[in-house]
Design a protein around this ligand. Structure first.
Ligand SMILES: [Zn+2]
Length: 279
C-alpha cells in the first residue's frame, strides 16, 4: 500500500524521519516500517558530519523543550523521570566516547515548558514544521538563530534540540542531510515519554536518538526491502545500540560502524561499506 500522505510530506521537505526500536518484546516489525516508508531509505550516509549536531565530540549542548498541548502536559515527577533517563543516556555516550579516546562533554539547557497552539503529532511522518513553530514559541526568531546563540553562550561545538512530548508513541529524529530544507540544519529529536504500549521510554532509546542526530544510521535497516543488511548487522553488531535497545544500558555498546557515522573514527573497514547506502 502506498502511503500517500507520508510521501507527500517527504517530497515537500526532502526530509526523512527515522524511528527507534523498542526493547523486546514490543519491537516493531521491520515490515511495518518498510511498508510505510515506500522506497525511501533511512540510512543515508550524507547524514554523517552534517547539521548542528555534526560530530559527537567536544562540547555538545542538549537544548530541551518540554512541549505541551491542549491534551498533554508535564508533571514535575514525569519530567524528573525523563531527565533521569536522559542523564543515563549521557553517561552511556560519554563512557563509550572515552573508550574511543574521544573528548565529549554534554551541556544541558532547557527552554522549560512550551505550549503548542496545535496538537502535538505522534506520527513521525507528520510535517515537521510544528517543531519549528514550537521553537519560535520560546521567543527564538528561528531554530538556526537559537543554535547560533546556544553555541556562542556555551562555547559549544554542537547543538541538538530535544523536544519532549508526554504522549505514548515511538520517538524519532529529524537528522539533517543533503537535500533537506536548511531550516532543519538545526537538528532535533522528538522524544515521547512512553512507547505506544505505555511502557516508559528507556534510557537506551534517548541515547539511540541522540546518536541518530549525529549521523548514526539504523542497524536494523527498517526501510530495506530485504533483510539482507539487517541480518548482516545483527551478526556483526548484535548489541550495538543502533541495532537494538535494552532496558539494561550496560548490555549495549557502540560498535565501529556507528562510531564512524558519528565522527569517532574516520576509517570504515571495506566489509562495513556494504552497510552504507551511498558509497
Ligand atoms: Zn532508530
Amino acid at each position: 500500500m502506498r502511503p500517500t500522505r507520508f510521501c507527500a510530506a517527504l517530497a515537500l521537505l526532502g526530509l526523512l524521519a527515522a524511528g527507534c526500536p523498542r526493547p523486546e518484546p514490543a519491537r516493531i516489525s521491520t515490515g511495518a516500517y518498510a511498508e510505510r516508508a515506500g522506497t525511501v531509505q533511512s540510512n543515508q550516509a550524507s547524514r554523517r558530519n552534517n547539521g548542528s549536531a555534526a560530530v559527537l565530540r567536544g562540547r555538545v549542548v542538549l537544548y530541551h523543550l518540554w512541549a505541551e498541548d491542549a491534551g498533554s502536559s508535564w508533571t514535575a515527577a514525569r519530567q524528573a523521570d525523563v531527565q533521569d533517563r536522559v542523564r543515563a543516556a549521557i553517561g552511556f555516550l560519554t563512557r563509550w566516547a572515552r573508550t574511543y579516546g574521544i573528548d565529549l562533554t554534554f551541556v544541558e539547557e532547557a527552554a522549560g515548558r512550551v505550549r503548542s497552539a496545535s496538537d502535538l503529532p505522534t506520527d513521525m511522518f507528520a510535517d515537521p514544521i510544528w517543531t519549528e513553530r514550537l521553537v519560535q514559541s520560546t521567543g527564538a526568531a528561528d531554530s538556526s538563530r537559537l543554535v547560533a546563540d546556544l553555541k556562542r553562550r556555551h562555547k559549544a561545538d554542537e547543538v541538538l534540540l530535544v523536544i519532549h512530548v508526554n504522549k505514548a508513541a515511538d520517538s524519532y529524529n529529524l537528522a539533517f542531510r543533503a537535500g533537506v530544507h536548511p531550516a532543519y540544519a538545526a537538528e532535533r529529536i522528538v522524544c515521547f515519554s512512553r512507547y505506544p504500549d505505555q511502557r516508559p521510554t528507556c534510557a537506551a532509546s534517548y541515547a539511540h536518538e541522540i546518536l541518530h542526530a549525529f549521523g548514526a544510521g539504523e542497524l536494523y535497516f527498517p526501510f530495506d526491502r530485504t533483510d539482507e543488511r539487517a541480518k548482516r548487522a545483527g551478526h556483526l553488531f548484535p548489541n550495538d545500540i543502533l541495532f537494538r535497545v535494552d532496558l539494561n544500558l550496560d548490555a549495549l555498546n557502540i560498535g565501529p560502524w556507528t562510531a564512524y557515522r558519528i565522527g569517532w573514527t574516520d576509517h570504515l573497514d571495506a566489509d562495513l561499506r556494504a552497510l552504507e547506502d551511498e558509497n
